[in-house]
Ligand binder design. Sequence first.
Ligand code: ADP
Length: 637
Amino acid sequence: MADMNDARAALKHYFGYDGFRPGQEPLIEAILQGRDALGVMPTGAGKSICYQIPAVLLGGLTVVVSPLVSLMADQVAGLEDNGIHAVYVNSTQSLEEQSAALAEAASGRCDAVYVAPERLGTQQFTNFAARNRIALLAIDEAHCVSQWGQDFRPAYLGIGDFIAGLPYRPVIAAFTATATERVRHDIVNLVGLRNPQVSVTGFDRTNLYFDVIKATPTAKRQWIERYVTARPDESGIIYCATRKETEALADDLRGRGIAAVCYHAGLPADERSRAQRDFVNDDAHVVVATNAFGMGIDKSNVRYVVHHNMPDSIEAYYQEAGRAGRDGEPARCTLLWSDGDITTRRRFIEMGSDNERLSADEAEIIRNRRRVLLDGMIGYCRTTDCLHRYITSYFGETDDTPCSGCSNCDSEFETVDVTKIAVAVSRCVHDVQVLLGLGENGRPRNLGAGKLTQILRGSDAQEMHDWRHLDSAPTYGSLRDVPAARIRDVISQMTSDGYLAVEDGKYQTITFGTRAAQTVRNDFHMVIKQVERPAGRDGESSYGGSSGPSRGTRSAVPEELSGTDAELFDRLRELRTEIAREIGKPPYIVFSDKSLRSMCELKPTDDDEFLEVNGVGQHKLELYGDRFLPVIRDFLA
Ligand code: ADP
């Protein structure tokens, strides 16, 4: 039986990597020992290797279930380039191609076969599975099995039946980037994992620099134009909330000479796949897209992801932003937001879902859930804490990791002391509970954020005087001079910080949170971010620019290659493009930017030295050593 020493040797041999990342080791070890596994790691953290290494080490075939057919060809191409023999079977192939692929999978020469979940239910595939020993069933994007996730795919529910129909039970390993407890629970139950090794890790992406900027729509547009034109050679994704915005912004960028493409679900299929292809092949540097873009994209050298609007949850944001820097090289994730984004998101939630089969109660449960998710997102925009830490603690990681780069820790904003306001808000919640008494459920009655604000500002609205004597509350009018928007901001921040909590009922009301007691302590202190930043300077102040704030040795700042190394990098990049054209595959499949950079640093001149390069395994050496080594030797001479 293969053990972890074999696994490490395979990692080096096939992938050219020196060690496992956190979380990979326990999962691979469990799988090799025949135990089920559940890996929860964000996009780019390295889930694939957790089943690819066992695929080569386990005797027998690994079946990889993956929801997006567009991803399969690239994944298989990537594996083949590393010397791992894999095939895929999907609907983009003719029937002959499908049979040929299955025959190849049955030949015993293949380590892995990629299929969409729908395929598991077909006669063709169940016959195949009955006759060939499947050692491992790896389920990618396993959250698709859960109706609590955003990407529910009914076909995932058939996985359990497929397993039950097999002559024997393979090891089953499920992977997802969605960490909520509910989704995890669904995966274990609906797929039928048995006592799985669960590993939740890697949510901190230390090579990503996080940046949050509040800006008006016009300022957002200007920021993006400046940012993108300042880095014409870098790949980036810009997410917009609407199709119209993506088209307008892409047009605008093209007008400025940027190779930008547009992507959204309303475009004809051929236009979409062309946009995707151009972006993946580095023919277009920027894709301006709605959230329809990305799930099938495995491009590792995306250097930035900009959000033109606030997404509706941290889950969604992190999945999209996480498409930056998958090669481990520094990349930047910027979120541009405005109060209008919050209003729009809230309106979407209140409009409800278009699912008519839901009862009123079910619809309300879903709305509540979405409100909670949105609050998490708003908290991210407003927090003054480290953005890395905000995200990792949101996903349930408890380790206090040091910040590896974010705009909050770089203190590009000013804070405002809102202690007085926060204390008044807290007292006002108390006043309301005293005035309104207990509800039918025996718990104190509360009011929503709007009413609290009215009380605090001493509103003259009739109901303040008529109803329950709200105007007799000791805090009535105590914040008369504070703008309503500021009070709302503070309430929102107090909710994210746990001083207050949102209670869902017919209306959302504000009650005390788990940290409420702290607000009455003498040393209680609270600041919020003064979020308005001059949008003008941010375009230039980003990494790599000279006018940016000093960021010390943070790893999210790319190591500038020295002049001569930069020249070598350009030559190697040209060669990579040339080879990619020859073999008809995307450049990043040949080598990642990280590998090219590593070549510039190590300047290998023979095979042994070439193997030292990050991402160079035995097979890549054989494929490309003869092409790259001469260029490096030439350069040195
Ligand atoms: P995920 O499936 O979680 O989105 P991938 O498996 O695609 O992420 O991995 C992202 C990138 O990280 C890939 O380029 C992969 O080769 C690389 N990678 C994975 N594991 C390691 C490792 N142990 N050391 C170095 N690079 C790794």
